[in-house]
Design a protein around this ligand. Structure first.
Ligand code: AMP
Length: 308
């Protein structure tokens, strides 16, 4: 069975959308990555940290989906990372209300022995030094390292972020963050600048407007499936990244052609994530539903046109 190593947060989130509000529910970048990757018949190892306030039932739920949590440190007496956000009416933009690092503040990740040779590594949204430290512990050079990040780390640890970006193959970030990181408004120019920082592949997520894949002059676009109702976009970016990484881990094919499919799988899974609050929809999602919606994706994007 192929392996995916994923580092990121396992968190509590409190979310406000125009449709309602939640108390502290399960969230975190690694949680969403793991749940998305669980649809590819691979073994995903999470590296993260939580406090002893994290209910055991949440970790068990992940284990039941073939997600190994032996790399999730539980700090006795510690508090789990907490994030709270409020979405605007367009559901595409949000304000972060609270970020409490808690146990994440002094986290030193330890990669379990059994995942040190994972062929695909997903550096989920976390402090760039923590992401680097995971790379330092690997026993073999992975076929592909994918990194996800956000404006929080660009504002607070830009130099560390630039250093880890030099060491990766694929970066997945949203359009606003690509502009912030590159200083370029045009996404084509932003991708070019980001290529120059290291990664051969740049994936720019545009929320309900789909995702763009750039690779040294090549470009591919995948739409997001138009949905009648978007309930809560939290985790959609991580779910996209988890779907992308999971598909690459399953196929171990890092050609541009195969990466296009990875973008489609990522978009497909993200379209489910937004249908309910937090991880709720990803917990109930079946592989039949995943395949059914892939058909809709194909129909949405396929056309026959005669070029003279
Ligand atoms: P997304 O909507 O894909 O950007 O991801 C939202 C998830 O990221 C939430 O579940 C949060 O717990 C987590 N998150 C929010 N801020 C951070 C941060 N600064 N570092 C790591 N994870 C974060």
């Amino acid at each position: 069975m192929s392996k995916l190593l994923a580092v990121g947060t396992v968190a509590f989130d409190a979310i406000e959308t125009p449709f309602g509000k939640t108390d502290k529910i399960l969230g975190g970048s690694a949680t969403f990555v793991g749940l998305a990757a669980s649809h590819f018949g691979i073994e995903t190892g999470l590296v993260s940290v939580v406090g002893d306030d994290m209910p055991n039932a949440y970790l068990t739920m992940l284990n039941e989906r073939n997600i190994d949590t032996s790399g999730v440190e539980i700090v006795q007496g510690g508090k789990t990372f907490f994030w709270s956000g409020r979405y605007h009416n367009d559901m595409n933009s949000r304000d972060t209300l609270v970020t409490e690092l808690n146990t994440l503040a002094d986290f030193s990740p330890v990669v379990p022995e059994s995942f040190k040779d994972a062929p695909v590594v997903m550096l989920g949204n976390l402090h760039p030094l923590t992401q680097s430290s995971v790379l330092d512990q690997l026993s073999e050079k992975p076929k592909m390292v994918i990194l996800d990040t956000m404006n929080f780390w660009m504002d607070s640890a830009l130099e560390d972020l630039k250093n880890v970006i030099k060491r990766i193959d694929v970066i997945t970030i949203n359009d606003e963050e690509a502009r912030q990181l590159s200083g370029e408004y045009s996404l084509v120019n932003a991708a070019k600048k980001i290529h120059e920082m290291g990664p051969k592949y740049v994936v720019i997520k545009k929320g309900e407007h789909g995702a763009l894949l750039f690779n040294e002059g090549n470009m591919f676009f995948a739409p997001a499936l138009p949905l009648a109702e978007v309930f809560d976009p939290t985790g959609a970016g991580d779910t996209f990244a988890g779907g992308f990484a999971g598909y690459i881990a399953k196929t171990e094919d890092i050609s541009f052609e195969n990466m296009k499919n990875a973008v489609i799988y990522g978009s497909n899974l993200a379209s489910f994530c937004v249908e309910r609050f937090g991880t709720e929809r990803m917990q109930s999602l079946t592989i039949e539903e995943v395949h059914q919606r892939l058909k809709s994706f194909k129909e949405l994007t396929q056309f026959e046109i005669k070029l003279n």
